[in-house]
Design a protein. Structure first.
Length: 454
């Protein structure tokens, strides 16, 4: 009997679907089909590729509600978040389509002739997407890769394959050539490894844990295969005493509770200047306690369940009885529920303050001055994202330059947009996604010199 993946609803623990798991042979066959489709796609006129991608975006737009409900069922995301995620896929396709006809080389002045460069597609791209944001992060890879003239094989996470499979159907409905975008649900140790190791796959785009990212990077190195990695995070939320404390406290809860804390950019280390520490906690605690946790399909719900029992047990292991906490509430009974939790009794080296918990848990730590804030912010192996709150624009710029992270926001927690580059420092990843240069990450630069001498 062939292997199958069971898809559970995290809010009820009910099986909502079973999906065949791809084998190594399935991956090999998919790569062969993708390579053939890619050659025709790369030869198509740029305007035609752009037109089809915009049509794909329009078809996704017509199915936003359906895609959102699938995401609620398989990932436990709140319905509001799920609608945003489906809309983000549409927007990414539109944005990438706009780059197709601007993907140009350069003319470089040289002696004895002219020199031009061409940006050519790599070929077949493998995208390995995570379970925490199944739709948007899949689109981060597939949209620019297709726009640059490549074929894409997407391996979704084992727990969340349904939206990916539906997107592949919608691509065909939009007129995207057959086999150009394929989805292969499967286990990481089988389908994922086969995709990484396949000689016909030119690049791997992976989002997930730092541990698995290192393994993928090592396998790609053995084959000199390109790789983009978006890995873990332990992002700081730095609050200075001169900040608008009411605004900072109001924004802090969902900065780490959005998507139940299952977000590499979650601001799970709240660093507060000591002179404002007590007042900030007074303002923050009611916000944590009042977060509405429940049925993700309910419009009023702000936070849903964790993805799985294994993730629930992992989160529980970090919040030990010796820690002082402020907690919200969560449903009892079936489902992988954990309450919003703020830890106030941990030191900066406690596991809850250093490890990526990937759940609705944040730790609050005091700092003395600007130098101490930067020291604490950088006291981690990660460097993905972060926020800082201050009324002093000079301080904002100094601290932004000093914090070792790829994506920062000032007086805001919004640091990820499809139109701006995204990626991490240190062990948070390698390379950049999104933004105006997204397509070039899926191309080779070819240099051609043409002699003009008689």
């Amino acid at each position: 009997m062939s292997d199958v993946l069971e898809v559970l609803n995290p809010a009820t623990e009910e099986v909502v679907a079973t999906v065949p798991a791809a084998t190594r042979d399935d991956v090999d066959a998919a790569v062969t089909r993708a390579a053939a489709a890619q050659r025709h796609w790369a030869a198509a006129a740029p305007a035609d590729r752009a037109r089809l991608l915009r049509r794909f975006a329009a078809v996704v737009d017509g199915h936003l509600g359906e895609l959102a409900l699938l995401e609620v069922r398989e990932a436990g995301h709140t319905i509001g978040n799920a609608r945003w995620e489906a809309g983000n896929v549409r927007d990414l396709l539109d944005f990438a389509a706009g780059g197709v006809e601007r993907l140009s080389g350069r003319q470089i002045p040289v002696a004895g002739g002219i020199d031009v460069t061409f940006l050519e597609p790599l070929g077949v791209i493998g995208v390995i997407a995570p379970w925490n944001f199944p739709m948007p992060i899949a689109a981060w890879g597939l949209a620019p890769a297709l726009a640059a003239g490549n074929a894409v094989i997407l391996k979704p996470a084992e727990t969340t394959p349904l939206t990916a499979l539906r997107l592949a159907e919608l691509a065909l409905e939009a007129g995207i050539p057959e086999h150009l975008f394929q989805v292969l649900p499967g286990r990481g140790a089988v389908a994922g490894d086969a995709l990484v190791e396949h000689p016909g796959v030119a690049k791997i785009v992976f989002t997930g844990s730092t541990r698995v990212g290192k393994q993928i990077m090592a396998k790609c190195a053995d084959r000199v295969k390109r790789v983009t990695l978006e890995l873990g995070g332990k992002s700081p939320n730095i609050v200075f005493a001169d900040a608008d404390l009411e605004a900072a406290a109001a924004a802090a809860p969902m900065a780490f509770l959005d998507n139940t804390g299952q977000d590499c950019c979650a601001r799970t280390r709240i660093l507060v200047q000591r002179s404002a520490y007590d007042r900030f906690l007074e303002l923050l605690a009611p916000g944590i306690e009042s977060v509405v946790v429940g049925d993700p399909a309910d419009e009023k719900t702000q936070m849903g369940p964790l993805i799985s029992r294994a993730q629930l047990e992992r989160v529980r292991s970090y919040v030990t009885d010796d820690l002082t906490t402020v907690r919200g509430t969560a449903p009892e009974g079936p489902g992988f529920w954990y309450p919003p939790t703020l830890v106030t009794g941990a030191g900066p080296t406690a596991p809850v303050a250093t490890d990526e918990v990937f759940g609705p848990v944040a730790v609050v730590l005091p700092f003395e001055d600007e130098e101490d804030a930067v020291r604490l912010a950088n006291a981690t192996e990660y460097g993905l994202s972060g926020s800082l709150w201050t009324r002093d624009i000079g301080r904002a710029l100094r601290v932004s330059r000093a914090v070792a992270a790829g994506n920062l926001s000032v007086n805001s927690h919004s640091s990820v947009r499809y139109s701006t580059p995204f990626g991490g420092y240190k062990q948070s990843g390698l390379g950049r996604e999104l933004g105006p240069d997204a397509l070039t990450a899926f191309t080779e630069t070819k240099n051609v010199f043409i002699s003009t001498e008689a």
